[in-house]
Ligand binder design. Sequence first.
Ligand code: INI
Length: 156
Amino acid sequence: MPIYEGDFSPPSGRFAIVASRFNSLVTEALLAGCRDAFVRHGVADDRLDVYWVPGSFEVPLVARKLAESGAHASVICLGCVIRGETGHYDHVAGQAAGGILQAGLATGVPVIFGVLTTETVEQALNRSGLKSGNKGGEAAMAAIEMVNLLGKIGGQ
Ligand code: INI
């Protein structure tokens, strides 16, 4: 029985990272974790293109444009939405998630959801390099795994 999985061998091509400036203390740390994971898996900084947007709500549009361009093997979306800071948390977080999903489904390019959605600032900090790892690094790993998995589909 053939089983197909993406591995973490260095993929070819360029990678786009869309990062949200809102809550930038957290998102700068997500970006650092993302870059670090890429570099440690054979994707050097000069193969990464970083696009900054104002907030997580703006991430899907830029992610979709990039995915449509066909210039990148994957698009990684980084942001941070904290419930305690806003009454429109549900709209921003929900629309970001839905838009990021749609960008991938509409283009066939793996578009990775590296947007933190947390109740508190402490949780966000913990998931961006403190107690609970770094979601930006996890997003880079997910991108590599998906690129390598998709490379195995249709070619057997
Ligand atoms: N954007 C975020 O990325 N995180 C947030 O927590 C947030 N809050 O709290 O409102 C947020 N708002 C801005 C939003 O993403 C848009 O940039 C803005 O509404 C303009 O469209």
